[in-house]
Design a protein around this ligand. Structure first.
Ligand code: PEP
Ligand code: MN
Length: 338
C-alpha cells in the first residue's frame, strides 16, 4: 500500500502516520519527492482494513499496489535511487562504465588491465573470482586469491571493484572485498542467495537471468530490498530467443520498461548480451540512448589470451573508442560520463 501525502504535510504529521503503521506491526518507508511525498507500507495489509488511514491529517489518498513487487516499484519511492559508491554516484545524471576481464587470471595481468582501463576512463573494475561455468572442467576462477588480486588492483588504480558471488557461503567474504557485489544471470532466482545479499552492506548488481521475465526480475530485486539492502542495480544482459546470430539477445526494451516500473538504476551488459566483440560498441551506445544508467563491458589488454569470454571481450583501443563515443552521445541524452 502507498500512502500519498498532501503537499506541505508537516514532519509531526508524517511521524504520526509512520508510528500508527508501525504500531500495527507493519513497516513504513517514507520517501520525499519534489512535489509529492509518500509512505510505502510493507507487511500484512489486512491489519489496516479496520484503520481509516485516509482520515489521518496529512494523508491525501491511500493506493493499493497492484504489482507483485512493492519496494522495487516506482510507486513505492518517489525519487529515483542514486547509489553512492566511494566518490561515484550510480544513477541520476551519471552514466557509469564498469569494465574489466571476464575472470581474474593473475595479479600482473589484472593490474595491467586495471591501469589501462582507468587511464581510458572506466569508473569501476570488474573481474570474476568465482566463475559460473557451464562445464565443471572449465576454469572456475581463482576464488579468494582472485579477490585479493582485485583488492590490489583497486589499491593501485583507485577503481572500485565489482565481482560476482555465487554461493551463500561466500557472501561475507566477497562483500568484504567488493565495492559492488554481482549476482550472475544463473542466480537471478537463487532466492536464498538473494536473501543473503539483502543483509550485505554493499550495493548489488543483479543480472537478469536469460529466461526471466521483467516482472520475475523485479521480484528478485524485491527479495534483496525486502531483506534490508536498498542498493540494487538491475542489469539486462541478454535473454535467450530463437536468434542464433548472437550469444543472447539484448532486450533493449527492458531498459525503458524497467525505468518505467522501478526507481532502481538500470544497466546493460553488451558483452554477454551479444557474445561478439564487434557488436559490443553499438549495443552500448543503444543502451545509453535508451536511458540506461550504465554498462558493464568485458575488456582485456589481450582478449585472445583471455581464459574466459575472450570472443566478446574488447581490447583497450576498442574500449577507448567506446568511451569516446559514449561521451559524445551523453550530452544528447542528458548524461554525464565522468
Ligand atoms: C559475467 O559477468 O562474467 C557473467 C558470468 O555474467 P552472466 O551472469 O550475465 O552470464
Ligand atoms: Mn563473462
Amino acid at each position: 500500500m502507498i500512502i500519498v501525502l498532501k503537499p506541505n504535510t508537516s514532519k509531526e504529521e508524517v511521524d504520526h502516520i509512520m508510528k500508527k503503521i508501525e504500531s500495527l506491526g507493519l513497516k513504513a518507508h517514507f520517501s520525499k519527492g519534489e512535489t509529492t511525498s509518500i509512505i510505502g507500507v510493507i507487511g500484512d495489509e489486512s491489519k489496516l482494513s479496520e484503520q481509516p488511514i485516509d482520515a489521518i491529517s496529512g494523508v491525501e489518498k491511500v493506493m493499493p499496489v497492484l504489482k507483485p513487487y512493492k519496494m522495487a516499484s516506482r510507486e513505492f519511492k518517489a525519487s529515483r535511487t542514486v547509489i553512492t559508491v566511494g566518490d561515484k554516484k550510480i544513477g541520476g545524471a551519471a552514466f557509469t562504465v564498469i569494465a574489466g576481464p571476464c575472470s581474474v587470471e593473475n595479479e600482473e595481468g589484472m593490474i595491467r588491465i586495471a591501469k589501462e582501463l582507468k587511464a581510458r576512463g572506466a569508473h569501476f573494475l570488474r573481474g570474476g573470482a568465482f566463475k559460473p561455468r557451464t562445464s565443471p572442467y572449465a576454469f572456475q576462477g581463482l576464488g579468494r586469491r582472485g579477490l585479493e588480486i582485485l583488492a590490489e588492483a583497486r589499491k593501485v588504480t583507485g577503481l572500485g571493484i565489482c565481482t560476482e558471488v555465487m554461493d551463500v557461503r561466500d557472501v561475507e567474504l566477497v562483500a568484504s572485498f567488493a565495492d559492488i557485489v554481482q549476482i550472475g544471470a544463473r542466480n537471478t532466482q537463487n532466492f536464498n542467495l538473494l536473501k543473503e545479499v539483502g543483509s550485505a552492506k554493499k550495493p548489488i548488481l543483479l543480472k537478469r537471468g536469460f529466461a526471466v521475465t521483467i516482472e520475475e526480475f523485479l521480484m528478485s530485486a524485491e527479495y534483496i530490498l525486502a531483506n534490508g539492502n536498498p542498493d540494487v542495480i538491475l542489469c539486462e544482459r541478454g535473454i535467450r530467443t530463437f536468434e542464433t546470430a548472437t550469444r543472447n539477445t539484448l532486450d533493449i526494451n527492458a531498459v525503458p520498461v524497467m525505468k518505467d516500473l522501478s526507481h532502481l538504476p538500470v544497466f546493460t551488459d553488451p558483452s554477454h548480451a551479444t557474445g561478439k566483440r564487434k557488436y559490443v560498441a553499438a549495443t552500448a551506445y543503444a543502451s545509453m540512448a535508451a536511458g540506461a544508467d550504465g554498462v558493464m563491458i568485458e575488456a582485456h589488454t589481450d582478449p585472445e589470451s583471455a581464459l574466459t569470454d575472450g570472443a566478446q571481450t574488447v581490447n583497450c583501443e576498442e574500449f577507448s573508442e567506446i568511451m569516446a563515443t559514449l561521451s559524445r552521445i551523453a550530452p544528447a541524452v542528458g548524461r554525464t560520463l565522468s
